[in-house]
Design a protein around this ligand. Structure first.
Ligand code: SF4
Length: 401
């Protein structure tokens, strides 16, 4: 079968990260092949959280790429991202703002030393763009620099993700849209919506930071695995396909890869991809997959569920895992979790201890319970519930401190 896309995959062998990235990109033609002299280049790392790698792309990785891009002849290098949905529009409070993330990770210092410019997307103008071939998404607001850049270099981290199985190159573009759209994306059909974005944004090069991967309940509460790999390709779909196999998955298990392949964005069929450098089998590790089960997992807790989406399940799992680790599990005394669309609401007399409601669907059905249980109930609001998970946990810590 004729190979249609090329991905470079290299195990890191030395101590100089810049040289390692240069060699990886060198296998597919070198940085000069992608960066035109005098061009404006946008680097899009994963700066989703104010927490260290592998939750984000390593700052030293971003710095090394910025230097290489300047050396290849770029006139301007922009480092731009918008972090995870912060809850600001909904709650008016948040644990962080995008500008904090650049500071916390020292991206401002990287900009200073390399001459790159930081673009806090949350402070940038937005432009509404029509997506003619969008299957679900027919229009979206992009941060303007994404459209203004001559070249886009995508710098994702290597992570499992409880909603999309992985978050790699394709999913990394969740950070080029506003909080409003991020919220809409998380409600349903997130994979197709993300793929629709790629129909109007052309990625020139994707370089994946696989120094440390996140396994398990990514994108935030998984665990670290040292991988020491770098992947690069001009085909964002092909690089995701190979990266998934490096994580011990089959490329076609990942919905974003399958959809993007089917809809002509790139090549996701692993048999149609030429891998240069190291062999997948020599560097792959079987990472833990995201586990969103909650029934029968948490001691003493009964789960009452309606038709529940993965979003609510995943957030409930994150909530209960975090509570368990926090040392407040016993004190919080949660004996019932109610979740999903139209759950069968128990009678008051059958409810012992405290009750946790997850998601707006369950919250709506349980409106009577809320009145009757008063301070015996915790409500994780939202559809899907995002930042409220951590806000309610904070309330529990405060209440039982
Ligand atoms: S609140 Fe309802 S519709 Fe929204 S994510 Fe949860 S179960 Fe799905």
């Amino acid at each position: 079968m004729e190979k249609k896309s090329i991905v470079s995959l290299r195990k890191i062998k030395g101590n100089n990260l810049k040289v390692e990235i240069e060699k990886t990109v060198g296998l597919i033609g070198g940085m000069k092949k992608f960066v035109n002299k005098g061009s404006k280049v946008l680097l899009k790392p994963n700066l989703v959280y104010p927490y260290p790698p592998p939750m984000i792309t390593s700052p030293e990785f971003i710095k090394a790429v910025a230097e290489l891009v300047f050396e290849a002849g770029a006139k301007e290098v922009w480092i731009g991202d918008s972090s995870s949905y912060t809850g600001k529009p909904q709650y008016g409070n948040s644990r962080w703002e995008n500008k904090d993330i650049f500071k916390i990770h020292g991206i401002d210092k990287i900009a200073e030393t390399t001459g790159a410019k930081i673009l806090n997307f949350d402070e940038c103008e937005t432009v509404r763009v029509k997506i003619k071939d969008g299957i679900i998404l027919k229009e979206v607001d992009f941060f303007k620099p994404v459209l203004d850049a001559d070249i886009i270099i995508n710098l994702p981290a290597l992570k499992m993700h409880f909603q999309t199985l992985v978050t790699l190159g394709i999913k990394n573009y969740h950070g080029i849209i506003t909080d409003y759209w991020k919220m809409q994306f998380h409600k349903d059909e997130i994979s197709q919506k993300i793929v629709d974005l790629h129909k109007v944004i052309k990625t020139n090069l994707t370089i994946i930071d696989g120094i440390i991967a996140m396994q398990g309940l990514g994108p935030r509460t998984g665990t670290d695995v040292k991988m020491d790999v770098i992947l690069a390709s001009e085909d964002i779909v092909a690089v995701d396909a190979v990266a998934s196999e490096v994580m011990g998955l089959r490329a076609d298990e990942v919905e974003t890869t399958r959809l993007a392949h089917q809809q002509g964005i790139g090549i996701g069929d692993i048999d149609s991809i030429t891998v240069l450098g190291d062999k997948i089998k020599d560097v792959a590790k079987t990472l833990d997959r995201p586990d969103t089960r909650i029934e029968g997992i948490f001691p003493g807790i009964n789960v009452i569920k309606g038709g529940v989406c993965i979003h609510c399940y995943g957030r409930a799992r994150i909530f209960l895992d975090t509570l368990l680790k926090s040392g407040f599990y016993e004190k919080a005394n949660i004996k019932t979790v109610i979740i999903g669309v139209k759950p069968k609401i128990p009678e008051l007399k059958d409810l012992k201890g405290n009750v946790l409601i997850v998601g707006d669907c369950a919250n709506f059905e349980a409106s009577n319970l809320r009145t009757m249980l008063k301070d015996r109930i915790f409500v994780v609001e939202g559809c899907p519930p995002l930042v409220s998970v951590h806000n309610v946990l904070d309330k529990i810590y405060k209440k039982f401190a």
